[in-house]
Design a protein around this ligand. Sequence first.
Ligand code: C2O
Ligand code: CU
Length: 579
Amino acid sequence: MTTGSLLAADLVIAVLAAAAWLGGGAASAARRRPLALGLAAVALLATLARAVTITALARAGWWFAAEKVLIAAPLSLAAVGVAGPQLLRARGDIRAAAVALLFAGYATSSALLVTVLHGYPASAGAGLLAISGVVAATVVSGRALGAHPSRLVSRGAVVVTVAALVTGTGLTVGPGAAPAVPHDHGYPAVGIADEPDRRYTLTAGTATVNADGRNVAAWAFNAQVPGPELTATVGDILEVTLRNRDIGRGVTLHWHGYDVPNDQDGVPGVTQAAVRPGQEFVYRFRADQAGTYWYHTHSASDVGVRMGLYGVLVVRPGPVSGVDVTVPVHTLAGRPLPAPRVEQIEAGTPVRLRLINTDSTTHRYALAGTAFRVAAIDGVDLRGPTPLVDTAVLIPAGGRYDLVFEAPATPVALFVDGRSVYSTGPVSTATGGWPVLDPLGYGATAPVPWSRFDTTFTLVLDRGLDLRRLLPRYAHTVNGAADPDIPPQVVRRGDVVRFTIVNRSQVVHPWHLHGHHVLVLARDGEPATGSPLWLDSFDVRPGEVWKVAFRADNPGMWANHCHNLAHADAGMTLHLMYS
Ligand code: C2O
Ligand code: CU
């Protein structure tokens, strides 16, 4: 069983246990003896089953189990310890067990709330709040059911509730770390003075564009989605003038995966101010990395990219040889882009398909009709890629794969999630059952260039209640905090930095660090065995633990976030800064 399914199973069992205890309490209050006993039995079994899931999760990693071991387990023990004996004693009137069963229900429910609303790391504040909730709810239920505890017991309960509530609240919402990043500071401008080799102008504006045969409202660069394809040859100086005609939320250009100098990175509030309607901003940088990249707005990035403010950036090592096409996949107003393209290719021609996922979720790509190699991932060439046949690839949000092959005499087709997007003729292969390539074991291995790490960080990805704003929100969190309250990661220039990224949530998080490619070291404790993988976008699936490393060689303040941009907007963004 994977840790991801263990997390899901544990959650389901916890819900079942809490519901059964509460139901049992209600049934016994209503004197429905068989029902009450049945539910109590289910509750007991589910509570005991959690001992198994919690132990297994703790073995997979403390991050997955901390609050379950420290808060849920003691509360579950209390539930069983209180409800069990009462049930045995309630031979005559089952109603006598009602308060005890309800107590067990409140104890298991509040432990569940701690997991769902608070998560990792476990905190004393959350534990105390949970206890005060349990005691208060039990006292109220007791009163309602006409139980008559002694004065001492009811006074004690009130004292425990109030003390736990006050302390817990203080610990939970009290002043924590200072806001992460000095937003809207002065922006450094380094810039390149040299004459550019390539000049482009991108004008952002609202537009109506055709997507999959229907006209839809979009936000577009130069009235097209995707925006113009920007190309350069390695060594070129690229100058891109960004104008904003009428995008009220502002625009910027972020060069996704391109490790530009910090002041060209296009993150509003961090490296520049957002470009407002009527304004412009000129980007200039040297194209010193060959490969497949893309650009997109980073201002209101979730809605901005989704509405169409993105395009392709391809930097080639020299003149194009053979067929070299880009396939940027996007979902615009629910319609898939690009439109299917069919072109004939003479047998023997070398073909490079540059696959780009500009959506916020993973896509599945299958190339049918030919053997192929994955020549590059995220713009970086792989070492010793071997031929693949009838194998699909999963590309994370923001990621790119370059597939290469020699055109056969028979047709070839690229399917994205089962839809033919690019082909050289009709192909009717069913690709849905193909195995998926694991890039961590593909190509020829090479030793990791570092033997020690100067700085290490752990990022635990989860969800949690964020109370530090005007309106509370159910945020996507890193180490229990949400943007802008996640402490920045501070590194020194030259440091070799290692990240451990843990996903204890129920959804995929495509991780993306700006300004650096990271080398994948291991996933779930298994070292990567294939070609060195230098990635800028990688899917951390539920229950996975990734270890990646990089050299801090590009000074500045860099966004480090989930590239499911809705998650990034909902808190899952932090910053890497140089001291
Ligand atoms: Cu492509 Cu900060 O993102
Ligand atoms: Cu995410």
